[in-house]
Design a protein around this ligand. Sequence first.
Ligand code: G3H
Ligand code: 13P
Ligand code: ZN
Length: 316
Amino acid sequence: MIVTTSDLFEHAYGEYAVGAYNINNMEQAIGLFEGNAKAEAPFIVQISKGSRGYAGVIMIQAIILAAEQMYPNNIFAVHLDHGDEQTCYECIESGFYSSVMIDASHYDLAENIDITKRVVDAAHDKGISVEAELGMLGGVEEDIQIDEKHAMLTDPDEAEEFVFKTGCDSLAVAIGTSHGAYKFSGGQGLHFDRIASIQEKLPDFPLVMHGSSSVPKSEVERINDAGGALDASARGVDENEFAKAVELGVVKVNIDTDGRLVWTRVHREFFRDQPEVYDFRKPGTILMSEYADFIEKKSHKLMSAGKLEDVRDSLS
Ligand code: G3H
Ligand code: 13P
Ligand code: ZN
């Protein structure tokens, strides 16, 4: 069943976070739906502009609708990740997305507010939820590369003004994370003090944590042992910190890189160990199963595992 992110957040706030996973193909979709079905967890399927370009807007939609038929018990939102204004309108008009993210965080505050407000008005007319972003994460956001020194933590006063003026339903905040496999160096980590100050200004308002892959060391080592060349400094968010973030109002945790690492590890190891094989369905089968395991375990860390029936009750 497809629901809005607002439906999910209302149930989750303060108790658990909903995992939001980017998908690009059939194998990821099956792993994602299977893992959440096993965990009995609500979740968010995220589609980036890059994914829409890769699979095609018709194909990615068909994959998700097929997965829904295969796993009819699942409850999930279909969400555009890091949309620009035009792509938000396309998704709103399509009738398929239940939630869009307008990412105008690279504009100044006034322009970010104007753009976000226009998208909120269009989306709310159709009952679609809107996530917006304020502050700047480091790393790569779609086509825009943001230098670490220009990454800016979200200002709590601005966050309050932004939500009030735009009417957005959730806010992605810059709290120390960045996209990709290289998030922290030295003793860096999540800025809990900043999340707490934002929550103080926006009590009960759903906050979103982008760049939340955990980039397991073991995964990086296995990829490199199988011929990969990832930098050993690769590091992500400590999964044990999700619980504290949840207490401070984080309801959505975005994960893409970890899924790419699973894909890379499975395929590198498979072709290293079985170089004579050229039937791609063999590693594809392993990938679906490994990705499902990854999702199931992650939902326990997010504390969304086992919440499915409660969510269903809350919707009726
Ligand atoms: O935040 C961006 C996501 O990791 C999506 O990545 O634009 O390469 O699909 P992508
Ligand atoms: P990661 O790169 O940490 O997986 O973050 C993904 C993300 O924020 C998608 O919007
Ligand atoms: Zn993101």
